[in-house]
Design a protein around this ligand. Structure first.
Ligand SMILES: Nc1nc2c(ncn2[C@@H]2O[C@H](COP(=O)(O)OP(=O)(O)OP(=O)(O)O)[C@@H](O)[C@H]2O)c(=O)[nH]1
Ligand SMILES: [Mg+2]
Length: 400
């Protein structure tokens, strides 16, 4: 009898243990095993500069993915590529939204690095939060003063007068000095920053952008294997008031350096009269995937130097988008520029939502095709198709 009671006690004890085990395991198994974790739930963010944050000179890895879990990566070698973002500390809570989109839709599978550049020092909070979100290495660079200031050949009084006039005319960012430094830096310097010299490919990301579809292949590898050097997702007409003499400066450059203009270029995208005048079409440069060696080439650097000395970054308000686009259209062959129809993208106020329902469904897109800007009259993308003798995607007429 005593033996039976002992056995009963053992059985009850075992049942209680089993019940306890069941509760413990069911409450801790919520994060699914096939979804990558971006940080350990046990880890409280450290107030110290993050482990993976990289200063100008000390590269190291970010702590992701956490706790020895296998990284959710696609198989295969990585390209020599990085994301690059120019930002201020105050842009933190807008850039993290972009990073989250890029990681969720693409980079969690590839773990590419991310370089952040700033004309000031990045603070610890900026580094800590961005490092926690990026699945590759993060690197933080300060822009040298000489790349973010008035060159000595610029007449400061004339530049100030222009800003006053543009303010009167209510031209967007017309009175901003920092916006001009930003446009000049993106036009001529970001690819020469010491942190960028390690890489061959870049993908530019700005604050508050969105990606609407899964990207299941390596876009950098695509660029390399298809001999592409520059790419875009949105194109449009530039505000004429910001670039009145840009085309004259381009023509001065091409007459001084005809050797840099390639045959089979995309002049047809830029001009309706064989190059006499500019139609203001440009690729929207807040998204770019491109080749850094091309930007670092003599052709591009000569082009930038020539435009810089013409003074229009300060005496007008030349944007890096028309500056990059004109260079790509004249100094690259037509087939070296790629339109990523499959990268669904938003930067205020325009959306690129891929034309073609089956693609959108297969890639879990969440953009409204009615918002697609491509076939709108203000877009230059139809002109890009015509320049390249490409057939427009099925269903484009319905989106006009
Ligand atoms: N470090 C730094 N970055 C800047 C400065 N001004 C702009 N940027 C960055 O440069 C990029 C372009 O600036 P935006 O303000 O987005 O310019 P935009 O796209 O023409 O205009 P928005 O419609 O406001 O987005 C972004 O990545 C900004 O974070 C600045 O003064 N300092
Ligand atoms: Mg922007």
């Amino acid at each position: 009898m005593a033996g039976t009671q002992r056995y009963l006690r053992y059985i009850i004890f075992a049942i209680v243990c089993l019940i306890l085990l069941f509760f413990i395991s069911s409450s801790s198994s919520v994060p699914s095993a096939n979804w990558p974790t971006y940080g350990s739930p046990d880890t409280v963010p450290s107030p110290q500069p993050p482990k993976g944050a990289v200063g100008d000179s000390t590269p190291s890895s970010t702590p992701n993915p956490a706790n020895g879990l296998p990284p959710a990566t696609a198989a295969g070698d990585r390209m020599n590529a990085t994301f690059v973002t120019l930002a201020r500390n105050s842009d933190l809570w807008e850039i993290v939204k972009s990073i989250r989109h890029v990681e969720d839709r693409f980079n969690r599978k590839f773990n590419y690095d991310w370089v952040f550049l700033n004309d000031d020092d990045f603070n610890d909070e900026f580094k800590k939060v961005t490092t926690a979100l990026v699945s590759g290495k993060t690197k933080y660079g300060k822009i040298p003063k000489e790349h973010w200031s008035f060159p000595d050949f610029i007449d400061q009084d004339r530049a100030a007068r222009v800003r006053d006039e543009m303010k009167e005319k209510k031209i967007i960012y017309g009175d901003s000095v920092s916006y001009r430094h930003m446009c000049r830096y993106e036009s001529g310097f970001f690819f020469r920053h010491p942190l960028m010299l390690d890489y061959e490919w870049y993908w530019r990301v700005e604050p508050s952008i969105e990606l609407y579809c899964d990207i299941d292949y390596d876009t950098f590898r695509f660029m390399a294997e298809n001999k592409k050097k520059y790419s875009f997702v949105l194109s449009l007409y530039e505000y004429v008031e910001t670039i009145p003499t840009l085309w004259d400066a381009v023509k001065n450059f091409t007459s001084a350096h005809p050797e840099h203009v390639v045959e089979d270029n995309s002049m047809k995208f830029l001009s309706d009269d064989g190059g006499k005048t500019y139609n203001h079409c440009h690729f929207w440069s807040n998204f770019e995937i491109g080749n850094l060696n091309w930007l670092r080439s003599k052709a591009y650097v000569d082009y930038f130097d020539s435009l810089d000395h013409a003074g229009g970054f300060f005496y007008e308000r030349w944007g890096d988008a028309p500056v990059h686009s004109i260079a790509a259209a004249l100094m690259l062959k037509r087939d070296e520029i790629h339109f990523f129809n499959d990268i669904a993208y938003y930067h205020v106020p325009f959306t690129h939502c891929p034309t073609g329902e089956s693609y959108r469904l297969d890639h879990k897109c969440h953009c409204n095709p009615k918002d697609n800007f491509d076939w709108n009259g203000y877009s230059c993308t139809a002109r890009f198709y015509e320049t390249n003798d490409m057939k427009k995607p099925e269903g484009y007429e319905k989106e006009q």
